[in-house]
Design a protein. Structure first.
Lengths: 110, 117
């Protein structure tokens, strides 16, 4: 069974730039997986940041961007702010009506 | 504005059944596929099921196949998840979500299901 991989944790300094990645245990991520990125803070529903690789969801600031870097999907946050401290999940469409979420990355801003 | 409101969660004994509902508004419900996604306490997100916009196709994660059934009533703008033979590992917050293109984009606030004797 294919596993979607994410860094378990990451830290960034306020004002800094961080890139989180979303890969596959076997194979490469491409746009055909329609990678989507979510932000979730404790007690809240997920918030969609980026969908279809690089389309920002409504109301999401442009310091969040999505791309394919090498064989992974990537979420880049530029000018990190304190309230970016959250869990970040990616999801990939595996085809045949199946989606898989990554295990999430806990981002610390300090 | 897209609004998704889940209901029907609660405490249920192992082996029993529960039906979740999701009332949709703010968009043409019959034009969009819909998902159920769950999150066990302190854990990550897990995709559960998808139903096409017209109900013609349904897909499930392996762990719920044969036990859960996703359905919809487009005349009532409502999505359902019938959960049978519930297990402790089904304990989670269940979200309904809207499919946009091939991405899960809009989310409800979730309804909590606790399976415990």
């Amino acid at each position: 069974q294919t596993v979607v991989t994410q860094e378990p944790s990451f830290s960034v300094s306020p004002g800094g730039t961080v890139t989180l990645t979303c890969g596959l245990s076997s194979g490469s991520v491409s746009a055909t997986y329609y990678p989507t990125w979510y932000q979730q803070t404790p007690g809240q529903a997920p918030r969609t940041l980026i969908y279809s690789t690089n389309t920002r969801s409504s109301g999401v600031p442009d310091r969040f961007s999505g791309s394919i870097l090498g064989n992974k999907a990537a979420l880049t946050i530029t000018g990190a702010q304190a309230d970016d401290e959250s869990d970040y999940y990616c999801a990939l469409y595996m085809g045949s009506g199946i989606w898989v979420f990554g295990g999430g990355t806990k981002l610390t801003v300090l | 504005q897209v609004q998704l409101v889940e209901s029907g969660g609660g405490v249920v004994q192992p082996g029993r059944s529960l039906r979740l509902s999701c009332a949709a508004s703010g968009f043409t419900f019959s034009n969009f596929g819909m998902h159920w996604v769950r999150q066990a306490p302190g854990k990550g997100l897990e995709w559960v099921a998808l139903i096409y916009y017209d109900g013609s196709k349904k897909y499930y994660t392996d762990s719920v196949k044969g036990r859960f059934t996703i359905s919809r009533d487009n005349s009532k703008n409502t999505l359902y998840l019938q959960m049978n033979s519930l297990r402790a590992e089904d304990t989670a917050l269940y979200y309904c979500a809207r499919l946009v293109g091939w991405s899960i984009v809009d989310w409800g606030q979730g309804t909590l299901v606790t399976v415990s004797s």
